[in-house]
Design a protein around this ligand. Structure first.
Ligand code: NAD
Length: 415
């Protein structure tokens, strides 16, 4: 199993070959600053569960870099969460906010639990107890959490409520992805997918994809399901989707509304009538567009040669490892990297934070227009740089982000 943090640090080391290029404003020494997080909090605390037992919970919050603004990043509940995963996710957030030119740094949090095996009462108790552990560390102008894998608007609402009780004041801007009733933003639910779809639209134009491109989506949660809905509405053909139980495939295209109904009523897309495929087979289908929208480490040096998609849109964080990236690039597969392709979520989180801090409520249309502009601008900057330095899009996105972070670091350092 590849360690996602070590893999990313090696990616940073590989960037040094570009130091000295006219488009690169950092040195090898500057990169050392990004080889470790600014601050790390590890917590270990007991929570009383609904059956009367006491459960010991491990949690993390990593603030990777705050040179460009308060740190920003989601909280994940998953049995595989560990410190290195959270560090990698926090570093990617710092790069992502910089690629989108948002006035934020990057952070991430996580708790090592399996919420699928818990009732809502226990998930609420753990969410509130975690906030009691990290409340000194977070805040609207300090570090702003949001949802990630297996956390949602309800979890954000519990955390916000706990935080406001402790502080004795309202501070809706301390968390994003919360329910609209508590200051959440219109459009946040589909923002990650819509942002990825805008990037795909640019790529489809640039690389001349067919009129009705075929798509396979791994993962059918917030990111994957909304991507399926948006792309179907835009005339793409969704030929395969999967979730943690497996996948389904139809060459003629799947009925996305039916998939959504069956997923919500039975818990899995595999319960529709269609050919069954595995989560590794879905990655290797002959498609125009592959969308990994589940977990990290899915495309590795083991299976990268088998990927047949023309374009990969990384809605998940870290789905392609460093070695796999090289193979995809060699095979002329265009990869829209996670720090660009899934940045729609943090961009609308930023809009939510601005609305909270200025007491405004923006209409959905306004938000989507602003989101589209931000995503297209970021894609174009990354694409131009990739062409200029002859690299893949991930290398260009990393260089663009690190240029901006190091510029801010240097301006902020006292003599
Ligand atoms: P989610 O919890 O809503 O959904 C996760 C989905 O992945 C579920 O359908 C689950 O069944 C599926 N899954 C889990 N394990 C799987 C496996 N081994 N194989 C295939 N499918 C599996 O989570 P989400 O918010 O949709 O996040 C998905 C990915 O997108 C994550 O990598 C997350 O970090 C990234 N992401 C999400 C957002 C956001 O705003 N939701 C923003 C940026 C990045």
């Amino acid at each position: 199993m590849i360690n996602p943090f070590e893999d990313t640090i090696e990616r940073l080391e590989e960037l040094t070959v570009h130091c000295g290029n006219e488009h690169v404003r950092f040195s090898k020494q500057d990169l050392d600053l990004l080889s470790k997080p600014r601050r790390t909090l590890v917590v270990n605390f007991p929570v009383k569960m609904s059956d009367g037992s006491l459960k010991i919970i491990n949690g993390y919050r990593v603030q990777y870099n705050d040179a460009r603004g308060p740190t920003k990043g989601g909280i994940r509940f998953h049995p595989d969460v560990d410190l290195d995963e959270v560090k990698a996710l926090a570093l990617w957030m710092a790069l992502k906010t910089a690629v989108l030119d948002l006035p934020f740094g990057g952070a991430k949090g996580g708790i090592t639990i399996n919420p699928k095996e818990m009732n809502q009462e226990d998930i609420e108790s753990i969410s509130r107890a975690f906030m009691r552990q990290i409340h000194h560390f977070v805040g609207a102008s300090k570090d702003i959490p949001a949802p990630d894998v297996y956390t949602n608007a309800q979890v954000m609402a519990w955390m916000l409520d706990e935080y406001e009780k402790i502080k004795g004041r309202k501070e809706p801007g301390m968390i994003t992805g919360k329910p609209i009733e508590l200051g959440g933003s219109a459009g946040r639910d589909i923002a990650t997918s819509l942002g990825g779809a805008y990037v795909l639209k640019e790529i489809a134009r640039e690389y001349k994809l067919s009129d009705s491109p075929s798509v396979a989506i791994q993962g059918f949660g917030n990111a994957g399901m909304n991507m399926a809905k948006i792309l179907k509405d835009w005339g793409y053909k969704i030929i395969a989707v999967s979730d943690s139980k497996g996948g389904v495939y139809s060459e003629e295209g799947l009925d996305v509304d039916n998939l959504i109904n069956v997923k919500s009523s039975t818990g899995s897309v595999t319960n529709i009538e269609a050919k069954k495929i595995t989560n590794s087979e879905i990655l290797e289908l002959v498609v125009d567009v592959l969308v990994p929208a589940a977990l990290g480490g899915q495309i590795t040096s083991e299976n990268a040669e088998n990927i047949k998609a023309k374009v990969v849109i990384e809605l998940a964080n870290g789905p392609v490892t460093r070695e796999a990236d090289k193979i995809l690039h060699k095979n002329n597969i265009v990869v829209a990297p996670d720090i660009l392709a899934n940045a729609g979520g943090v961009t609308v989180s930023y809009f939510e934070w601005v609305q909270n801090n200025s007491d405004e409520t923006w209409e959905k249309d306004v938000i989507f227009t602003k989101l589209e502009k931000k995503m297209i601008q970021a894609f174009q900057r990354v694409h131009e740089l990739a062409v200029n330095i002859g690299s893949d899009h991930r290398t260009a996105a990393y260089i663009l982000a690190i240029n901006r972070i190091i510029d801010a670091e240097k301006k902020g350092v006292s003599q």
